[in-house]
Design a protein. Structure first.
Length: 158
């Protein structure tokens, strides 16, 4: 009976917040997440990973309830970011992913990061990782510092 009571208190939301529980094993991710706008808005680990009770009590041998499975990232983010999801779903990246041509095609996390928000230059480097050939021998339509979003919608392939 004492073990049951201890377990119930350990899993109780009153006993500790999810982030405090997660930081014990995931300190780097928790440290990065403190700088993310989602953290400032009061979201915690469970917003993306669910409660993950089995994971918390398994000492790391059980995956979280909802890990950022690549095929579900856009849907997960789109639950709150509806207009961005609508735009993304019209993109070539989404088509490649959804039709099974490229499971590694970019999604929300590719450009924005998961635990830490990526800077514009970090995102730009990721774009150029696949689209470098697009820039070779071409003259940008504007002078000065430009980025992909000068010509392309940030959430679609337009």
């Amino acid at each position: 009976m004492t073990l049951w009571l201890a377990l119930a208190l350990a899993l109780s939301p009153v006993a500790t917040t999810t982030r405090e529980t997660c930081v014990r094993c995931h300190s780097a991710q928790a440290r990065e997440f403190k700088t993310h706008p989602h953290s400032a808005a009061g979201l915690g680990c469970e917003a993306c990973h669910a409660e993950s009770i089995d994971h918390r009590v398994s000492k790391g041998t059980t995956r979280p309830d909802r890990l950022d499975y690549r095929h579900r990232v856009a849907t997960l983010c789109g639950a709150c970011h509806r207009s961005e999801l609508k735009s993304y779903n019209l993109s070539e990246h989404a088509r490649l992913r959804l039709e099974g041509f490229d499971a590694d095609a970019p999604d929300c996390v590719s450009c924005h990061g998961a635990h830490k928000l990526l800077t514009a230059s970090q995102t730009e480097r990721r774009c150029r990782g696949c689209h470098l050939a697009s820039f070779i021998g071409s003259t940008p339509p504007v002078k000065g510092k430009i980025s992909c979003v000068h010509c392309h919608s940030p959430h679609s392939s337009e």
